[in-house]
Design a binder for this molecule. Structure first.
Ligand SMILES: [Mg+2]
Length: 271
């Protein structure tokens, strides 16, 4: 499925080319708002089927923002009294059941307001690559973006970091950098941490960026407000503000040397 206005598939960089900025987008609360109900039900149904859970209060009481799918499943099971080795033994089965049964419905009205214009503005810079860092299992993430009509911005060949890779979100940015580097950099090295930016809506997004040594923009469009996100490099209040936030981080990192100037002169230097 293609997304109108989405960029063409990224091509491997030629040797010696400047490394673009890898934007590592979170999904729930960042790209999409209030779009996780059917996802949560798929997790619950899998736990009922595999572990025989019945008390739906366990689902209602479970925090989910910023957590990986596997972590959410583990916490629900632990609250239900299931021991760790049993959780481990059936984790793959639970994941497969979630991915098989998840049906998102139409999520186009759940795209964060201004998000598609922000994606287009960022792509038009010519120096970014869009990727994902999300706690969703990858198949759930891809299906969710497709149901929202924005999957065309996130080429699967660039990879990403997903809840199906690790239960610990702290490890996901490095996974996404490794995959993007293997796909697009000439020597297959991991994407440089100083050329990556996590964009997410929870303190866990901020923490995983810090753990990997990458920059982070927090968007107060999910379940956390500005004060809870203040450890980010930049906090914004709407998707429309993200391009300016990226520009400010790039400017701060490069002193303007990355601006799209065919003369190669830093910004502010006369013609
Ligand atoms: Mg989120």
């Amino acid at each position: 499925m293609s997304t109108p206005g989405a960029p063409p598939a990224p091509a491997p960089l030629p040797a010696g080319a400047d490394v673009p900025w890898l934007l590592l987008w979170d999904i729930d609360g960042t790209l999409l708002l209030r779009a996780s109900a059917s996802h949560a039900h798929a997790v619950w149904d899998a736990l009922c089927e595999v572990h025989g859970l019945q008390d739906r209060e366990l689902l209602r009481n479970q925090r989910m923002a910023g957590m990986t799918d596997g972590q959410i499943a583990r916490e629900i099971l632990t609250a239900a009294g299931v021991d760790g080795p049993t959780v481990d033994r059936h984790a793959e089965t639970v994941r497969d059941r979630v991915c098989t049964t998840y049906v998102p419905g139409d999520l186009e009205t759940h795209v964060s307001p201004g998000l598609e214009d922000a994606l287009r503005t960022l792509s038009d810079r010519g120096d970014v690559v869009h990727s994902l860092v999300t706690g969703n299992f990858e198949r759930v993430a891809r299906r969710k973006l497709q149901a929202a009509g924005i999957d065309g911005w996130f080429d699967p060949r660039v990879g990403g970091g997903f809840g199906s890779d690790h239960e610990d979100r702290l490890l996901l940015p490095a996974t996404a950098r490794r995959r993007a580097g293997a796909a697009l950099l000439p020597d297959d090295r991991p994407w440089p941490a100083d050329r990556a930016i996590v964009i997410g809506d929870t303190p866990r997004d901020v923490a995983c960026a810090r753990h990997d040594g990458v920059r982070v923009i927090a968007v107060a469009t999910g379940s956390h407000d500005h004060g809870e996100l203040q450890d980010a490099d930049v906090v914004v209040h709407a998707a429309a503000e993200i391009p300016a936030a990226v520009a400010s981080l790039v400017e701060a990192a490069t002193g303007g040397a990355d601006r799209d100037d065919p003369t190669g002169r830093p910004a502010g230097v006369g013609a």
